[in-house]
Ligand binder design. Structure first.
Ligand code: HEC
Ligand code: HEC
Ligand code: HEC
Ligand code: HEC
Length: 464
């Protein structure tokens, strides 16, 4: 509450018209049109160097390494799109940083100079000698970061230029800590998927993570691999196995109660954009790499059941641990709202597919073994919460099938049995066939759902 009051006060003092963007309800926003426009301006790096020396070096240091006490962050080597987003956010008071207000005002830093200076800074080598913590909790920090944060910031904390996700490697310890504390109090806006986790962490965990991050040296090859994500999933799945997980159950009382509620689609849309879009994309189309499934057009019964299963740890999905809590979703009503909104979304048919080598075989095997539940064309069965599989990303489908085979995802025994009659190659053929099945015309987006950067916000794993 205290911070809200402070922010509101600030808003009135500066410009009444900014009030709404500064209240507690102000949310994180992804890179906007202005960002996109300036990001592609042809740059003059030499001018960037000049601008940097005149306007930025005084605080951020000549090398852009910031200060060891963390008052000034290291900005050298940060992704250009991140630098640009932060400067624009500061300029438009979406991020409050009064010391920079006059410096980044448009009349002081025209678009061309801005494009030049952020490009210049992004090309500077970063220092690994900045401020660090006491080193006691680094292992703990690593564990928490890899489980909760790497999904967006990358396993090596390398961030993502396409989606303006900050690189956190070798950042000043005290600066990182301050940002996380500001996330906790709501003074700094980040995606809900991040703030929900940070708000849950204890002070000690924040020390641990930031100390870990301050010590990460940028690796030579900064490519985040899907295999790494799979490993994290596997660790969690193994933990679940030890608890001796039980048999699949159909839609139960809890789900049916929620499904009986009247949905508010508008509220569902707001929740989706606030919480789910960061991973599943603004349109619900997921990513072609299959890291995030397409949700658009899925039966609401399936969405509700999957979310509840995740909540009760019946389906293991560490990436959504915080998301599926009633608090994040706004209780039962929030869940039916968002599930109904997702069901209404037009689907993309430009999803990730397999190599097309055994499609005939895939079709035959599907129709013989799977269509009794998933429908003749993979449309699923809403009433029973049998998932629609049409136009789902190939890699997502194969991951689910592998998980079922390895007893890491619980499905009806009849499906397990059906799957066990198939060889690995045959299962892959079925997944390939399914990834190419086309939903009914009226469910498909009019442009076929071209996946582009604007509708995929969080995609460091996307195979561009
Ligand atoms: C008067 C001192 C000052 C000057 C001059 C200044 N900055 Fe900053 N800058 C800061 C402070 C302080 C922060 C940290 C704010 C916080 O803690 O939230 C910051 C943060 C930033 C960030 C956010 C970093 C991150 O990791 O999110 C960027 C980007 C940035 N500055 C860029 C610039 C650029 C570009 C210039 C020159 C055009 C500049 N700054 C000039 C004080 C300054
Ligand atoms: C859903 C994706 C997502 C997740 C999960 C996530 N982050 Fe972030 N994080 C972001 C984005 C996006 C920003 C930049 C926000 C902005 O636009 O200012 C950010 C900003 C930050 C910053 C500020 C960086 C800077 O230079 O100022 C820190 C520190 C950070 N995240 C740490 C974490 C930690 C620690 C976790 C896990 C507990 C985490 N993040 C989880 C997306 C995510
Ligand atoms: C931090 C990233 C992230 C966010 C945010 C997120 N999800 Fe997910 N979601 C995932 C991942 C990763 C998977 C795939 C897990 C797997 O492979 O089993 C997934 C899977 C799902 C599935 C299962 C799909 C299926 O076909 O069975 C549903 C349903 C789902 N998410 C709903 C949601 C909803 C609703 C929200 C917002 C309230 C949301 N997700 C927010 C990462 C996220
Ligand atoms: C007895 C009915 C039944 C049969 C037969 C069946 N399935 Fe399923 N399948 C289900 C149900 C129910 C689920 C959802 C499980 C849950 O609640 O998490 C599911 C889930 C899946 C998923 C994960 C979907 C997602 O969105 O995450 C895939 C992929 C899948 N099935 C493929 C197949 C294939 C391939 C076959 C044939 C080899 C098959 N199924 C046979 C009922 C069946």
């Amino acid at each position: 509450m205290r911070s809200n009051r402070k922010q509101n006060h600030y808003a009135f003092a500066i410009l009444a018209s900014l009030f709404f963007s500064l209240t507690a309800s102000a949310a994180w926003t992804p890179p906007d049109k202005e960002h996109k426009r300036i990001n592609v301006i042809e740059v003059d790096v030499e001018n960037g160097e000049k601008v940097y020396g005149e306007l930025c070096a005084g605080c951020h240091s000549l090398e852009a390494w910031g200060s060891e006490d963390g008052e000034y962050p290291q900005i050298a080597g940060q992704h250009k799109s991140v630098l640009l987003k932060q400067v624009l956010d500061i300029r438009h008071k979406r991020r409050l940083n009064p010391p920079m207000d006059l410096i980044v005002a448009k009349n002081n830093l025209p678009d061309q100079d801005l494009a030049d200076v952020v490009t210049y800074i992004s090309l500077l080598p970063l220092s690994t000698d900045g401020g660090k913590g006491n080193g006691h909790l680094v292992e703990r920090g690593k564990r928490i970061f890899q489980q909760n944060c790497a999904v967006c910031h990358g396993p090596a904390a390398q961030g993502n230029d396409d989606f303006a996700y900050p690189k956190l490697q070798s950042q000043q310890y005290a600066y990182l800590l301050r940002q996380l504390k500001h996330v906790k109090t709501g003074e700094r806006h980040v995606p809900v998927a991040m703030s929900a986790i940070v708000k849950k962490l204890k002070e000690k965990d924040l020390y641990a993570i930031t100390d870990y991050l301050s010590r990460i040296k940028p690796p030579k090859a900064q490519n985040a691999s899907l295999a790494h994500m799979a490993n994290i999933m596997a660790q969690f799945s193994n933990a679940a196995e030890e608890e001796k997980v039980i048999e699949w159950t159909p839609l139960g009382k809890e789900a049916n109660k929620i499904l009986a509620l009247k949905a508010d689609i508008k509220a569902g849309e707001a929740l989706y954009k606030n919480v789910c879009a960061a991973c599943h994309g603004a349109q619900g189309w997921g990513v072609t790499s299959g890291q995030y499934p397409q949700l658009a057009g899925q039966h609401k019964q399936v969405i509700v059941k999957q979310v509840l299963d995740m909540r009760h740890k019946f389906r293991i999905n560490p990436f959504m641990d915080e998301i599926v809590k009633p608090k994040t979703l706004g209780g039962d009503q929030g869940l039916i709202n968002v599930a109904s909104y997702i069901e209404s979304l037009p689907m993309s048919t430009h999803n990730g597919v397999g190599d097309a080598r055994q499609l005939k075989m895939g079709e035959q095997l599907f129709s013989k073994n799977c269509s009794s539940c998933h429908g003749t064309n993979g449309e699923g069965l809403a009433a029973a919460a049998f998932p629609r599989l049409q136009a789902q990303h190939f890699n997502y489908l194969t991951r689910q099938l592998d998980n079922v085979r390895a007893n890491k995802r619980i499905v009806p025994t009849a499906m397990i049995d059906a799957l066990k009659t198939l060889s690995q190659a045959e299962a892959t053929a079925v997944a390939d066939y399914l990834s190419r099945t086309v939903p009914p015309q009226e469910k498909v987006s009019t442009d076929g759902g071209t996946l582009n950067i604007l509708n995929q916000i969080n995609l460091f794993l996307q195979d561009l």
